[in-house]
Design a protein around this ligand. Structure first.
Ligand SMILES: *Cc1c(COP(=O)(O)O)cnc(C)c1O
Length: 826
């Protein structure tokens, strides 16, 4: 455990300590940069970071209320600086202070550090390495994908005396960033995963980006990389020679590397032979996809470079899991929410999971239950370990613990909250029969061997098994990607019309409001009313206001889009009736779409006259919509629209002596015409993960279901309505509970569409029915209850759209309301 005092830390980061009263000799255990995740304040040092969207100094008073007594700040505000018994360490730049502290902590560690960078696979390689090596080493590793300018220092802080290996990942998005991360990681062993096009916009060439990433390995002893990526190989080899780094190159196709792999794919697994010097080793992984093969090779070579026991690592390879599935949220019975995390159970991942538990419970005012298996943490005495677990659970406000396993049962005295203990999972299941949980958030955290999935399946709600899963973290990432394309001062209006493009209404709007979106836009007033009722307070624009909804628009402070003189006149008379003044409206100009909007200068002169005469309206914004912003062959037309917009909007802005926001770009517009961003941009489909130019966006929605039945079909049998389906051979089909009434277009039947099951694609056979369809799974090992991805990260929405002769918008908004939406967020 670190025992630094605020005073000591102030010296390390060369700050100036300011305090009233007690000078802060209490130890600092935890550092935090996010006020929401501070659990027990007393031993936390809070770094008030500043970004162009947020400022940590805003949360200082609230944190003092939570018991935090030490802060690193770069702004001295009178509102908090005189607080008694609180230490403020004043520095010029709080982020570089955080980095300095982390780098200092790293200097204290003399054991090996594995540093990982590259475009893809960093987190998986890190997690897999952890799993492969955890029985041989006591490992500190980056939580989740903490690889940024902030994430890397937070990760390095985790390294403590009892560790004898650390695995840290580092990522960059622009030049100069790795220079700051290198002193914090200083790896002895480096892994360069691969190079792709992510973040390329900030670099002049791929070569520049590779060199920037390689900066991490300046002082490394061994560097692991694949020679199968021809472009990068030359640069990496040159770097190693120049910096005297030992090359652990590998290849899975040729024989020219230091370590050479040969592999053969089986149905659901891949078998490897590795050749190094005169030795050869074999191992198997339970995956067949290209990136898993690459990641496994990196891990094996890293274990080799580290000098770990290879037979042991080889054995563990069979147990590797898909890390995306590790922490998932499920709706439980009796108004419970389940957080399933039963892949591994160590102190770090428990801390992360408890944080998720705490956040989820806060949102819905549910009680907090922790179901925990024995913890497998090498190097710590059980009594000490479980005392610490108890403290973590107390800090997270856990109301009840269920301990499962012999070790945790033996140490049940360590737990100070309401608890019950069982020797095995079956023991607990038997007990559970009579006593279900109610109104609780339940964290299921256990090692694999405890089979916690049996508990989960008992607690989980079994409704219609077809669900649309929305990844809120990915949506935030997409939002940030678009923000990076816009100037910091440009406002964003998020389009949440049509049930947020099918993904939900209040859940999405709440997230966007939290992330400081400036405006929301809905199609009709009813959608806006629903948002207001669920606590949305930011401005909401109604794109198609209808006269019958004007009273609601005024009552719920919604802002109408005004597109005709008649509509304006009607709205003005409603405002008079309500004695409302200064009511904000948005004016739509038609510059070529020929949909709603004012088209001519004459109309605009009449419009401005009416607005001025009314005396009760403020023009909040003027906008137009582009008809073909995603079609390069029509760019001339688009630029014409933008030109017309400038002319027409000028006639409005000149008539008023206050600021009116102008905006014309939709998602594709932001990607392709950022030079015309005016004051605001309207972000729609991009937020939901679809790009028109191929910028790296995250998939946010996964439509999935489970297999209802599997059966054998012989050569001459037919499948489904009109006997259209035929396998043409003896084979196996699966029935899944999704049909055209759920939004799965009938055009996708008869082999046109496909789904993804257990690592393989399965074509849809025969006609799609209303509530079901059938799949050819002859080549797949699958059984009843297995998960099926209808679209997501393997079957892209764009692929479905193309095959159904439509656009992604229609696919997303066409998922029917009976398909339950579930949300995941860490
Ligand atoms: C739907 C809509 C948008 C968003 O368009 P995307 O292509 O989804 O980004 C922008 N402006 C208006 C007026 C819209 O109706």
């Amino acid at each position: 455990m670190h025992i630094y005092t605020a005073k000591h830390i102030s010296e390390i980061i060369q700050g100036k300590a300011i305090f009233n009263g007690n000078p802060g000799s209490s130890p600092v255990k935890t550092i935090s940069i996010d006020s929401r995740t501070v659990l027990a304040g007393g031993q936390t040092l809070f770094f008030a970071l500043k970004s162009h969207r947020n400022n940590g100094h805003k949360y200082i008073l609230e944190l003092i209320g939570k018991g935090v007594k030490a802060f690193v700040i770069s702004e001295k505000h009178t509102s908090y600086i005189y607080e008694e018994n609180v230490v403020f360490i004043y520095v010029k730049d709080t982020l570089s202070a955080l980095q300095k502290l982390a780098s200092w902590n790293r200097q204290q560690f003399e054991h090996p550090i594995i540093g990982i960078t590259g475009s893809n696979g960093k987190t998986i390689v890190k997690e897999w390495l952890y799993d492969l090596l955890k029985s041989q080493y006591s490992i500190a590793r980056s939580p989740k994908s903490y690889n940024s300018q902030i994430g890397v220092p937070l990760s390095a802080w985790i390294i403590q005396e009892n560790h004898d290996l650390a695995i840290l990942e580092a990522g960059i998005s622009k030049p100069g960033e790795m220079e700051k991360l290198q002193p914090i990681v200083q790896p002895q062993i480096g892994i360069f995963t691969n190079i792709g096009t992510a973040h390329q916009e900030n670099f002049t060439s791929l070569e520049q980006k590779i060199n920037e990433k390689l900066t991490l390995f300046r002082d490394t002893q061994h560097l692991i990389f694949s020679v199968d990526q021809e472009m990068a190989t030359g640069i990496i080899k040159g770097f190693c020679i120049k910096n005297q780094v030992n090359m652990f190159s590998w290849s899975s196709v040729g024989n020219e590397a230091v370590v050479n792999f040969h592999y053969s794919k089986k149905k659901n697994s891949t078998k490897f032979q590795a050749h190094y010097k005169e030795q050869s080793y074999s191992f198997t992984i339970p995956f067949t996809d290209k990136s898993a093969i690459e990641n496994a090779c990196h891990c094996f070579v890293a274990a080799l470079a580290l000098g770990a026991s290879l037979p042991h690592v080889g054995n563990q390879m069979q147990q590797l899991s898909n890390i995306a599935m590790r922490l998932e949220m499920r709706q439980g019975n009796n108004n419970c929410l389940l957080i399933n995390d039963f892949y591994n159970s160590d102190i770090n991942s428990l801390a992360i999971a408890l944080n998720v538990l705490n956040n989820q419970a806060k949102k819905s005012h549910l009680s907090k239950v922790l179901i925990l298996s024995d913890i497998q943490q090498s190097g710590v005495k059980p009594a000490k370990l479980y005392k610490k677990v108890n403290q973590m659970a107390v800090d997270a406000g856990v109301n009840e613990i269920v301990g499962i396993g012999t070790e945790i049962s033996k140490n049940q005295g360590c737990f100070k909250m309401h608890g019950s203990f069982y020797l095995s999972t079956p023991d607990f299941l038997q007990h559970l029969n009579g006593k279900p949980f109610q109104d609780a958030v339940i964290l299921l955290k256990g090692v694999r061997s405890f089979n916690f999935e049996d508990i989960a399946s008992k607690l989980q709600q079994k409704a219609h098994q077809t669900v649309l899963e929305i990844n809120l973290d990915a949506m935030v990432e997409n939002l940030n990607t678009f923000r990076s394309l816009l100037k910091p001062s440009t406002k964003i209006m998020a389009m949440v019309k049509a049930f947020s493009y099918g993904s939900g209404s209040s859940e999405i709007a709440t997230l966007l409001q939290y992330h400081k979106i400036d405006y929301l836009a809905v199609a009709v007033a009813d959608e806006g009313i629903e948002l207001r009722k669920s606590g949305i307070t930011i401005p909401i624009v109604v794109m198609n206001p209808e006269i019958h909804s004007f009273q609601n628009i005024i009552d719920y402070r919604l802002e109408p889009n005004i597109y005709s003189i008649q509509l304006l006149k009607d709205f003005i008379s409603y405002l008079k009736l309500n004695a409302s003044f200064d009511f904000p409206i948005h004016i739509k100009l038609d510059t070529g779409m020929n949909r709603l909007g004012f088209k001519t200068l004459d109309e605009i002169i009449e419009l401005t006259k009416h607005i001025k005469d009314s005396g009760n309206i403020v023009v909040s914004s003027v906008f137009s919509h582009l008809a073909a912003s995603d079609e390069p062959n029509m760019d001339e037309f688009t630029l014409g629209q933008i030109g017309a917009f400038k002319t027409l909007s000028k006639a409005i802005t000149l008539s008023f002596n206050y600021k009116i926001n102008l905006h014309v770009l939709n998602s594709a517009g932001i990607e392709r015409f950022p030079e015309h961003q005016f004051d605001m941009a309207r972000l729609g489909i991009g937020l939901y993960g679809i790009s028109s130019t191929g910028i790296p966006l995250k998939n946010i929605s996964t439509l999935k279901t489970t297999i209802s039945q599997v059966k054998e079909v012989s050569t001459n049998e037919t499948i489904g309505y009109s006997r259209k389906g035929m396998l043409g051979k003896k084979g196996e089909i699966a029935v899944i509970p999704i049909g055209y009434a759920d939004g799965l277009s009938r055009i996708l039947g008869n082999g046109n569409g496909r789904v993804f099951i257990n690592g393989y694609y399965a074509p849809i056979v025969g006609n799609i029915c209303m509530d079901m369809c059938m799949l050819d799974i002859s080549h797949i090992n699958a059984e009843v209850g297995d998960e099926v991805e209808v679209f997501g990260s393997h079957v892209l929405v764009s692929e479905l759209a193309e095959k159904s002769n439509t656009i992604p918008y229609e696919i997303l908004t066409g998922i029917s309301q009976r398909v339950k939406r579930i949300y995941t967020q860490e």
